[in-house]
Design a protein around this ligand. Structure first.
Ligand code: HEM
Ligand SMILES: *[C@@H]1O[C@H](CO)[C@@H](O)[C@H](O)[C@H]1NC(C)=O
Ligand SMILES: *[C@@H]1O[C@H](CO)[C@@H](O)[C@H](O)[C@H]1NC(C)=O
Length: 568
């Protein structure tokens, strides 16, 4: 269906209509046959009987189709010389019990709990069906490598993903397959071939450090995750659009238990409204994918993302129009715009308008890259600061490396960042334990003892520096996939390493001590008591990691920091 038409209908409707027509076919043919016999033959079945058989045929046809699929799948596999992985059988209609179990664990458990209860029994590759819709789950490095890289051609994100995400991601690079994906990727890729490190000075300009210091000096705790999301939002907006959102201009939230907090409710500014609506839309589409195809029934007549996306679009529209106008003006002056080569001070949008002036393509692509680049870096930095608070020895070593390589005040250069091995190891180890994008499969693969050694569940950056690096990682690099792998590997990987390194270095220069303020954390979002005593990081967890489209810290990361004496 063309996008223009599909996007006008509620997202649940086209699929449900199609399914309904298919499921009603047997009933329709029974009624047609009865009519035919009545008109041309001598058989005359009573109307109520025809109606009864027709109605009964609907579930019967559905069950027959499921049984046929179940019967034919192993046979088709056998013809290809393959065997199907073990299946997780539920105990109720449509495996509702499995869905319930997974959702319960999702709300109360650790990432991956629920889906993976059967690993010991069924192995690292198994399947389960929710409402007769089969899914395959794996933490097997060879399977993951096959899907992402060696047999990339045979796999795609597919219709389910696309349909579920479409009202927010549209046709952007994240959501497209095949030629459309290639087009989007080739358009965006040249922009990231350059190291744009000088731009990170925005960190200082955007007042993130100043805001932090003000809060800490006045004796307050601060939600670091909120601060860093605002900062990344501002720098991403400047970097991508040349237009500042100024999320950091508004006041940061105070802790629930803070007696010094001003009691005046804050008005949301346009940037915050955009940010909040954007987050809401992402949350809504992530919940769709969790309940399988049944989300369509809930949205049969109403697209739940419509309202937040209207706020997002209202903010984005003038920015896109201005970029298109500027580009047309530039072409008018000196002929055709140069594609490919991208200049140092160009924004992402300046770059993209050279490829297309279709507002929908530009809209989808910029939003996709904002989703890709914002919450990912903000959440990874939050987990890094969380771990630095929990492990003071790691903090001290990292700070010493910063002082050795750069000193207490200088701006880091690109070469400084490249030479800081411990910093890179801390970032890698953070992403091993908390890979923020890649759902459960990678989260669990990153914690497998047979891949990473007996201490796999513990935080230890040295595993990326000592003999463990060669023993586990070097010969088997696909066990570490925070950025995905193969043709769809993250386009912003270098950008993200540079941005996160820069941010952490400036933090180390300005603060000599950091600690969690556990009382400031909202009481409802503390880790459940039954995690205590578990092996590794889960056993000592002080926060609740949660996963929507990306992973983050539920309720924020409340910290206090001490200013370094000699910083400027
Ligand atoms: C710590 C930060 C980041 C992590 C962990 C991360 C991780 C990932 C992962 C796992 C994917 C594959 C997702 C999928 O195919 O479903 C991905 C794709 C992507 N990332 Fe990142 N990313 C990060 C930061 C960034 C940044 C800063 C940008 C851009 C500014 C970016 C741009 C992209 C794009 C455009 C794609 C889509 C590639 C494609 O489908 O061809 N990422 N990222
Ligand atoms: C499909 O077949 C498997 C055994 O091969 C069985 O365990 C499962 O319950 C069947 N599912 C349905 C929906 O018939
Ligand atoms: C960090 O991980 C990357 C892969 O993302 C790898 O290439 C690099 O060698 C690792 N470096 C360190 C110091 O951990």
């Amino acid at each position: 269906m063309p996008r223009s038409l599909a996007s006008k209908l509620p997202p649940g409707l086209p699929y449900t209509l199609r399914r309904t027509v298919i499921n009603l076919l047997p009933a329709a043919s029974i009624i047609a046959t009865a009519h035919f016999l009545r008109a041309f033959g001598d058989a005359d079945a009573p109307t109520f009987l025809v109606a009864l058989v027709a109605i009964a045929s609907i579930p019967v046809a559905f069950a027959a189709r499921v049984a046929y699929m179940n019967w034919s799948l192993p046979r088709r596999a056998a013809r290809m010389g393959a065997v199907l992985p073990p299946h997780w059988d539920g105990n109720s209609f449509g495996n509702r019990d499995i869905l319930q179990h997974v959702l319960d664990k999702y709300l109360k458990g650790y990432p991956g709990d629920g889906f993976w209860d059967k690993v010991d029994e069924l192995g690292h590759l198994h399947s389960l069906s929710i409402f007769w819709d089969p899914r395959y789950l794996t933490t097997d490095v060879n399977v993951i490598k096959t899907v992402l890289a060696t047999d990339f051609q045979s796999f795609e994100k597919g219709e389910f993903f696309k349909d579920t995400m479409n009202t927010v991601l549209g046709d952007g690079v994240f959501n497209a397959d095949g030629e459309l994906w290639k087009f989007h990727r080739s358009m965006t890729r040249p922009y990231f071939s350059r190291d744009r490190i000088s731009h990170f000075e925005m960190f200082d300009r955007h007042a993130a450090l100043k805001k932090m210091k003000e809060r800490f000096r006045a004796g307050h705790a601060l939600d670091f995750q909120d601060l860093v999301s605002c900062f990344i939002m501002d720098s991403v907006a400047e970097f991508f659009f040349g237009n500042c959102v100024y999320a950091l201009k508004s006041d940061l939230p105070y802790a629930h238990n803070d007696p010094l907090a001003p009691r005046v409710a804050q008005q949301q500014n346009a940037a915050e409204r955009f940010s909040a609506a954007f987050a809401a839309a992402q949350y809504l589409i992530s919940m769709r994918s969790r309940v399988g195809w049944t989300w369509r029934l809930k949205e049969l007549f109403h697209d739940v993302t419509k309202q937040p996306m209207a706020v997002v679009d209202e903010y984005l529209k003038p920015i896109l129009q201005e970029a298109i106008r500027k580009n047309r003006h530039a072409i008018g002056k000196d002929g055709k715009a140069q594609q490919g080569e991208s200049t140092e001070d160009e924004t992402l949008l300046d770059h993209l308008v050279k490829y297309t002036d279709d507002p929908t393509v530009l809209h989808d692509e910029t939003l996709n890259i904002m989703i890709a680049g914002r919450d990912t870096t903000a959440a990874t930095l939050s987990f890094a600061v969380y771990l630095l608070c929990m492990y003071p020895d790691v903090f001290r070593r990292l700070r010493a490396e910063v002082m050795d390589h750069i000193g207490p005040t200088q701006m880091p250069t690109f070469d400084d960042i490249k030479s800081m091995k411990y910093l890179r190891a801390v970032i890698n180890e953070t992403m091993r334990l908390y890979p923020v994008v890649v759902a459960y499969a990678v989260f669990l693969m990153h914690r497998r003892k047979d891949y990473w050694g007996p201490d796999a569940l513990y935080f230890d950056p040295d595993r990326f520096l000592d003999e463990r690096l060669n023993k586990y990682f070097v010969g088997n690099p696909f066990i570490f996939l925070p950025f995905n792998a193969g043709p769809r590997i993250c386009l912003g990987q270098q950008f993200a390493y540079n941005e996160m390194s820069f941010f952490l270095i400036r933090l180390m220069q300005h603060f000599s001590h950091m600690e969690l303020d556990l009382d400031a954390q909202p009481p409802k979002v503390r880790p459940p008591s039954d995690w205590a005593g578990s092996e590794g990081q889960r056993g000592v967890e002080k926060i609740l990691p949660r996963m929507y489209l990306t992973m983050y810290i539920e309720g924020g990361l409340w910290v206090k920091m001490t200013e370094a004496a000699r910083a400027t």
